[in-house]
Design a protein around this ligand. Structure first.
Ligand SMILES: Nc1ncnc2c1ncn2[C@@H]1O[C@H](COP(=O)(O)OP(=O)(O)OP(=O)(O)O)[C@@H](O)[C@H]1O
Ligand SMILES: [Mg+2]
Length: 283
């Protein structure tokens, strides 16, 4: 991956997830916090979107609404152009087949009492592969592990807590490889790993998008990272989108004062994300 990676224009691609006036208010009266304040967005099929903002700007709150884990206070979320209906448990489970998440802390994503092969087997079963032969399942798990540079044979019979933080994050991506959701929401999934593994994981997410055409929504406070990886960026400040558009247009020619400040906090955006050096070191 390099600076010159071509960014496609997704404006005319089919809609995947949209929002109109999406708002979340926590608490009442004096204790009221408007965490997300009337945001509008259109994410398209296959688009790599980053939502960038400082701590407390509302990124995780918005992700939780997108996932249907918390209700919106106002506004509407549309899935594939139609109002999303997750009013019953059954409808929610149906929706979750299409959207999956990787969270900040990978350890929270796994049941620690389940061995790794059963974590991966669950993914195959959830995708309707329950009746496949054992050999076929092992082949699929091996493929998913090798996609993220893990060796399935070395992982069988291990528990998640026996892996390193970086291996856990790769295992999460292996799960996504098996689940193949239409949308992947990744809330700062790289926070636990060093810069080299981080570049590797980001490359894996891009490969996953290229291979499956899934939409990736990447949540980060790091505008350099967003520039490196995304087609489109949404810049979030105090619950609002202050600016959005093609990553290179927004970041190389920012209009909002907030975006300019985020960029000035990254001392040398070009040098830092010149990946010719990082890629050499990556595994
Ligand atoms: N359950 C809650 N109850 C009350 N306030 C909340 C709740 N969850 C979040 N908030 C508030 O909403 C605002 C946005 O929080 P959020 O977690 O969405 O920020 P963030 O952008 O994800 O930050 P970070 O980069 O630190 O993860 C903050 O002011 C936070 O205190
Ligand atoms: Mg957060």
């Amino acid at each position: 991956m390099s600076e010159t990676r071509e960014r496609k224009d997704y404006t005319n691609s089919p809609l995947c997830l949209s929002g109109r006036g999406v708002t979340k208010i926590f608490g009442l009266g004096d204790k009221k916090t408007v965490a997300v304040d009337h945001v509008d967005f259109d994410f398209h099929e296959g688009e790599f979107v980053s939502i960038v903002g400082e701590s407390g700007s509302g990124k995780t709150t918005l992700s939780k609404m997108l996932l249907g884990l918390i209700n919106t206070s106002e506004g509407e979320i549309l899935f594939q152009g139609k109002p999303r209906n997750i009013s019953s448990g059954r409808k929610k489970r149906e929706y979750w087949k299409g959207i999956q998440a990787i969270f900040q802390d990978p350890f929270s994503s796994f049941n620690v009492f389940h061995k790794i092969d059963s974590v991966l087997l669950d993914c195959i079963n959830m995708r309707g592969g329950r009746m496949l032969s054992h050999e076929k399942k092992v082949e699929m798990m091996t493929e998913a592990c090798s996609f993220v540079n893990l060796k399935f044979a070395e992982l069988t019979n291990k528990y998640p807590f026996e892996l390193s933080g970086g291996q856990m994050q790769r295992l999460m991506i292996a799960r996504i490889f098996l689940l193949k959701p239409r949308i992947l929401l990744a809330d700062e999934p790289t926070s636990m790993v060093d810069a080299c593994s981080r570049a590797t994981i980001l490359d894996m997410l891009l490969d996953l998008r290229d291979e499956t055409g899934m939409t990736i929504i990447f949540i980060t406070h790091d505008i350099g990272l967003a520039y490196y990886i995304s087609d489109t960026v949404y810049i979030m400040e105090h619950g609002r989108f202050v600016e959005s558009g093609k990553a290179d247009e927004v970041i190389l020619n920012p209009q909002a004062a907030y975006t300019k400040r985020l960029i000035s906090d990254v001392p040398k955006i070009h040098e830092e994300w010149d990946l010719s050096t990082v890629e050499l070191k990556a595994e």
